[in-house]
Design a protein around this ligand. Structure first.
Ligand code: MG
Length: 130
């Protein structure tokens, strides 16, 4: 699919990257274009690959996912939608993700094709309306 939503997965844990890849593949209209293990790599790959959507872990070696989100959004001519994923409490991290410019926060345990499609739909509806 040429018009599929291009997704970059960022997580330092290989099992979660595999799980996230499966969720993306199971979601109609979404394709994985790359994976990054660190925040720094995600900034480079975001510039290189021009993803439409980034699934961003919070806890990463080096710069964390929130700082990586800030750098990616500051550098991109057409900023991608960033969805922050974490095992940590949504109460604590959802506001911090929003502050960093992320479109939404999804607890890893709840990440599935429905949540992915919903996050994308909400983020793109908001940007069209504004
Ligand atoms: Mg992590």
């Amino acid at each position: 699919m040429d018009d599929a939503v291009k997704v970059l997965i960022v997580d330092d844990q290989a099992p979660f990257r595999m799980a996230a890849r499966m969720v993306v593949q199971l979601t109609d209209g979404f394709d994985v274009v790359g994976e990054a293990e660190t925040g720094e790599t995600s900034v480079d790959l975001a510039a290189q690959l021009g993803p439409d959507l980034i699934l961003m872990d919070v806890n990463l070696p080096g710069i964390d996912g929130l700082e990586a989100t800030r750098r990616i959004l500051a550098a991109a001519a057409e900023p991608p939608v960033v969805v922050v994923l974490s095992t940590y409490e949504a109460d604590e991290y959802a506001p911090r993700a929003t502050d960093a410019g992320a479109a939404s926060f999804i607890p890893k345990a709840e990440f599935d094709p429905d949540r992915l499609a919903e996050a994308w739909a909400t983020a793109t509806a908001t940007s069209r309306a504004s």
